[in-house]
Design a protein around this ligand. Structure first.
Ligand code: IPM
Ligand code: MG
Length: 361
């Protein structure tokens, strides 16, 4: 973790594709607003990686950029993906490359329903939907290990390895326990796995979970299979406090989580390397059909900026951002979180968040 007394921060900014530039513009306004209010300084270094640059130069993300990111205090990412580029190319070459190269082994995704936000879950409110998913972010099926045999023939074989290392499993589980302890919730950590079928990989997770748990006697250990986790997230989300899970399951359940907390308009996530440089991003994608129309909701990117502040140790500034977001959704300033239905434009939402931050006492 970086020195939390440092008041000047270097942030590598990657707006990316589609709506990325618009939402990052609003998020950057928010960083400027908190700077003024809380005596901070953000030196933003802009990078134009993404589809446009790839189409122009065939370059996705050079290793030299990774070396520059290493020197930053944080990375702020908009979105990647473009219909003109083969699916997976930018996702793997940019987003996953950063996560892996900078060893951002924690993907932290809060699932928190703010007051005033509509949830598709009947009779559930903010008191019921408030948990955090700690997703492993550097291993599992995401490693890219595998290959084809006899590709394109009727005898084709495709293998995609699910890699789980003791070190990788142990560090994410230890982070999750410590996080659960510190969070001050019900202090229950649920291991979400499929140990009834993946009897090798998830046996390793179960054993590690039990062993590391001995270091945290104050945290209750809980187990749920991933299919049951999906059911409970819909039926009784109030059951959960913190969930720890592997990369692939974490990917899937956090989209479900985003929907129950009000949708992609508000869901944010952090890719953390607790010993290095972390990256903050909205969970939604590049939404090309809304690009450049001032229609997309910037609140998810703004919440990601809030998570950046929290991680940098600027708790007061982070709280000011969250309070401003809550004010917007709870006092009916915004009609709906969905793109084009907000009753105002992307930049107006950003301006309003700035105004509320400036008025913070
Ligand atoms: C996410 C996204 C990514 C993932 C994609 C874009 C590679 O879905 O951040 O959840 O699967 O991790
Ligand atoms: Mg996903």
């Amino acid at each position: 973790m970086k020195d939390s007394n440092k008041k000047s921060y270097d942030v590598a900014v990657l707006p990316g594709d589609g709506v990325g530039p618009e939402i990052i513009r609003e998020g950057s306004k928010i960083l400027d607003a908190v700077s003024g209010k809380f005596g901070l300084k953000f030196n933003r270094i802009n990078y134009d990686f993404g589809a446009e640059r790839y189409i122009r130069t065939k370059e996705i993300l050079p290793d030299s950029a990774i070396e520059e990111f290493r020197k930053a205090d944080a990375i702020y990412l908009g979105a990647v993906g473009d219909p003109r580029v083969e699916p997976g190319l930018l996702e793997k070459g940019l987003l996953l490359k950063i996560r892996f190269a900078l060893d951002q082994y924690v993907n932290l995704r809060p699932v928190k329903l703010y007051p005033g936000v509509w949830t598709p879950l009947k009779d559930k409110g903010p008191a019921d939907i408030n948990f955090v998913v700690v997703r492993e972010n550097t291993e599992g099926a995401y490693c890219g290990a595998g290959g084809f045999l006899k590709k394109g023939t009727p005898d084709e074989v495709a293998i995609q390895e699910d890699i789980n290392t003791r070190k990788g499993v142990e560090r994410i589980i230890r982070f999750a326990y410590a996080f659960t302890e510190k969070r001050g919730g019900r202090k229950m950590l649920t291991l979400c796995d499929k140990a009834n079928v993946l009897t090798y990989a998830h046996d390793l997770w179960r054993r590690t979970f039990a062993e590391v748990g001995n270091e945290f006697p104050g945290v209750r250990k809980d187990y749920a299979f991933v299919d049951a986790t999906c059911m409970w997230m819909v039926k009784n989300p109030e059951y959960f406090d913190v969930i720890v899970t592997c990369n692939m399951f974490g990917d899937i359940i956090t989209d479900l989580g985003a929907v129950i907390q009000g949708g992609m308009g508000i869901a944010a996530g952090a890719n953390l390397n607790p010993e290095g440089v972390s990256m903050f991003e909205p969970i939604h994608g590049s939404a090309p059909k809304y690009a450049g129309k001032n229609m997309i909701n910037p609140l998810a990117a703004i919440c990601a900026a809030g998570m950046m502040l929290e991680t940098l140790g600027e708790a007061k500034a982070a709280k000011a951002v969250e309070d401003a977001v809550i004010k917007i959704v709870n006092e009916g300033h915004i009609k709906d979180l969905a793109a084009g239905k907000m009753g105002m434009g992307t930049s107006e939402v950003g301006d309003l968040v700035c105004k509320f931050i400036k008025n913070t006492k």
